[in-house]
Design a protein around this ligand. Structure first.
Ligand SMILES: [Zn+2]
Length: 455
């Protein structure tokens, strides 16, 4: 479908489907929870430029480079990121904590000797439902043409100092705010060697039984410029979201083959939510949702979270220049190769940060995604009975049932059904796809959850 057609469709459906989903200003006692408009305004392209410049200054951030040289290599980058996040945390009134999460990666195809890999993680604890977590990451390791070369300059400005700059700038701006749920800002390592840092991080969360309801990998978000004669697209960012869950079980696959649902996995619902809250004049961006897990031949840290059953997605720029990614810095036939800072557009990275801020803040201020949503399938009927677990958020106001034609990409209709855990709708479950979303007292809506069959 052409882009213009897609937007037009959303505009039409918005009238039927949606009260605005954006998180607005709200007061909790005397402490302002923060206003999304002010948050978006505070995101500063100059701060982002300073972060990218600093990361590039370490020469290489290859995972196998020096861990203890104070000026060159991944260890120097790790220490700088840690100090920077601690500086932000100092403004948080004790709500943000920063940790170095280290582990030893055993020998593997791209790791010739056991190697310490360290993720730098800032956690801003939620004020209302701290156990509910939203994560944003960039990877701070970099590479050149030979993925085993830890010596040559690997500036990694776009891949992925840009994504780290998004995570850090959001940590700085949100540190002074009070989100209802917990938000995690992380710079992970080992990505280029095999997603090792994020794999460890996701497994630690999984082992702890952490309730991660969304994760975003910002990876190669440095520019909307095109370098190949095609038009620039500086107001667009791609969001890759899988359909059939990577973690799908055989039993789930059997249900899907029987009644559909390829387009209704948790990550797809997250994609719909992000487009709703972050494609607008306030972010200055159009989120171009792409219905696949990632690009051909490529992957990113969201896959580590998808493998553990967490909803996750990957942001990336609209049109990559492969001469600037994973390349030795050199000039060949008059063409400059290498991931150099001069190819980054800091205003663009700031807009990507605003998209992430709108998504994370709207998620954290809304109730959690409804759990245990089922469609009653105990008998044949042309009506639809939906059931779910009542959420426990103190500001939970109720639920909305949403639905769409089976051939429609996004939700077309919604109906407020009150603070209940069961409702019967006079529409056939065979003819449309349903979802249930939670709404709080301020009108913040959660992502929708698609029902599974009750039997
Ligand atoms: Zn990358």
């Amino acid at each position: 479908m052409a882009k213009s057609t897609r937007r037009a469709f959303l505009t039409v459906s918005a009238a039927a489907a949606a009260a605005p989903l954006i998180a607005g200003e709200a007061m909790a006692g005397t402490v302002p929870r923060g206003d999304l408009t002010a948050i978006l305004r505070e995101i500063d392209p100059k701060r982002i430029e300073a972060i990218v410049r600093k990361l590039v200054s370490f020469g290489t951030r290859h995972t196998l480079s020096s861990q203890d040289d104070p000026v060159r290599g991944i260890g120097a980058a790790r220490d700088w990121i840690f100090a920077e996040l601690q500086r932000y945390a100092a403004t948080s009134g004790g709500r943000m904590s920063v940790e170095l999460q280290s582990f030893v990666q055993p020998v593997s195809p791209r790791v010739p000797v056991p190697t310490t890999i360290t993720n730098v993680i800032a956690t801003l604890t939620g004020s209302m439902t701290p156990e509910r977590i939203y994560v944003v990451t960039g990877h701070y390791d970099s590479r050149v043409t030979d993925v085993m070369d830890a010596v040559k300059d690997a500036p990694g400005a776009d891949d992925d100092a840009s994504g780290v700059a998004v995570a850090l700038e959001l940590a700085r701006v949100l540190a002074t705010r009070r989100p209802e749920a917990t938000i995690v800002f992380a710079a992970v390592a080992g990505e280029e060697q095999g997603l090792y840092g994020s794999d460890h991080m996701a497994q630690v969360y999984k082992d702890r039984g952490a309730d991660i309801q969304a994760m975003f990998s910002c990876d190669i978000v440095g520019t909307g410029r095109a370098h190949d004669g095609t038009p620039a697209d500086p107001r667009s960012v791609r969001l890759f979201v899988e359909g059939v869950p990577t973690s799908e079980t055989a039993a789930q696959a059997s249900v899907r083959k029987s009644v559909g649902g390829e387009n209704d996995g948790p990550s797809r619902q997250l994609g719909r939510f992000v487009d709703d809250v972050a494609s607008n004049a306030r972010t200055g961006m159009d989120v171009r949702v792409i219905w696949r897990r990632d690009r051909y031949l490529r992957g990113s840290d969201h896959i580590s979270f998808l493998l553990r059953g967490y909803p996750a997605a990957r942001f990336t720029e609209p049109r990559e220049n492969f001469a600037h990614e994973h390349q030795d810095v050199r000039v060949e036939d008059g063409v400059q190769y290498g991931d150099l800072i001069e190819f980054c557009d800091f205003a663009y990275i700031a807009r990507v940060a605003r998209v992430n801020a709108a998504a994370l803040w709207s998620l954290a201020q809304a109730p959690g995604t409804p759990r245990g949503v089922v469609i009653d399938t105990t008998q044949l009927t042309n009506a639809t009975t939906l059931r779910w677990q009542l959420g426990t958020e103190p500001d939970l106001a109720g639920y909305e049932v949403v639905w769409r034609e089976t051939t429609a990409p996004g939700w077309q209709h919604s109906r407020a059904v009150g603070k209940v855990s069961e409702v019967t709708i006079d529409l056939s479950k065979d003819n449309v796809f349903f979802g249930v979303r939670a709404v709080d007292a301020d009108g913040h809506r959660s992502p929708a959850a698609a029902p599974g069959p009750s039997s």
